[in-house]
Write a protein that binds this ligand. Sequence first.
Ligand code: ZN
Ligand code: ZN
Ligand code: ZN
Ligand code: ZN
Length: 269
Amino acid sequence: MKNTSEGGNGSRNSQSQKRQRSHSETLIDLDDLDCLICYEPLTIPTFQCDNGHVACKFCWPKLKRCPLCALPIGNKRCKAVESALERHIVPCRNSKLGCTKNVPYGRDSTHEKEYCKFSLCSCPEIDECKYTGSYKDLLFHYLTSHMLKPDCFFTFGESRNVRMHINDKILVLLTLDKTMLFTVQCFREPNGVYVAVNYVAPLAPEIVEKFSYRISHSFNGETHSHKVPEMKRILGVSFQIPREKNLMFVSNNFLSGEVLEMELCISES
Ligand SMILES: [Zn+2]
Ligand SMILES: [Zn+2]
Ligand SMILES: [Zn+2]
Ligand SMILES: [Zn+2]
């Protein structure tokens, strides 16, 4: 045991050795890290038959015998594959779009899902358009493929009137320099309407811009204001009522017809 770790192949190496090792592991044939039955990437735990054929944790409970050699598959874990999985990293699936980050192979990666700067965002015009792309590409797509409303541009820190039909459900706002896309959405509830303002961008830490907003709704001389200190980022719009409660709610008593007349101020924070 001692000899192997002194030889530098042990699992507790220094950072630089780790980096070398992960580099050398790019030579591993990725097929060796896939389940022999369903061909999906293996995840920990993995199981094996007495001949060393490997099954993933999803296939294993369904098998009595190994489909390749008919030997029984018991509870035997395949530690060699598991430790290879632990060490093996692959380029983020958005590498084609420009991401240079690596993620663990065969594991659900929060980076790929939401935190990658290149995570796919969907076009907010979801009724008529199925486009997805990185948030920068989405912006370009939006500017070139959709009719821009004359009042869709806004300036940070300036209050502006926002008028929307409750049935329209969504309104797109763009910064004057056309570099950021925001959505104003309303959600019909039996007792009234929720209004949410979101920034369409992934949660990537490299995107440092943070925004707050203040929104108000007036009816018969009475004004309701709502402040959100940190605006949420979304990868796409959904018409399900958001779970978070930090939204403006306009009750039916303060609605006149189907039009919402609001004042909105988005600020950089
Ligand atoms: Zn499998
Ligand atoms: Zn087998
Ligand atoms: Zn990435
Ligand atoms: Zn579109």
